[in-house]
Design a protein around this ligand. Structure first.
Ligand SMILES: [Zn+2]
Length: 50
């Protein structure tokens, strides 16, 4: 199970625990993820995989 390390609070978050928010944009849909602990936006999730 892949985990992501929050760049702010440095907790390890399971992928399914991330808060996902899908935003409609002119080019389509973009999904943003957020740390459930400190509410920091976690962009480029793949760069923070543990
Ligand atoms: Zn965090």
């Amino acid at each position: 199970m892949p985990k992501v390390q929050c760049p702010d609070c440095e907790r390890q978050i399971a992928m399914h625990e991330l808060e996902a928010k899908t935003v409609a944009q002119s080019s389509g849909f973009d999904t943003h993820y957020r740390c459930p602990f400190c509410r920091t936006d976690v962009n480029n999730v793949t760069e923070h995989l543990v």
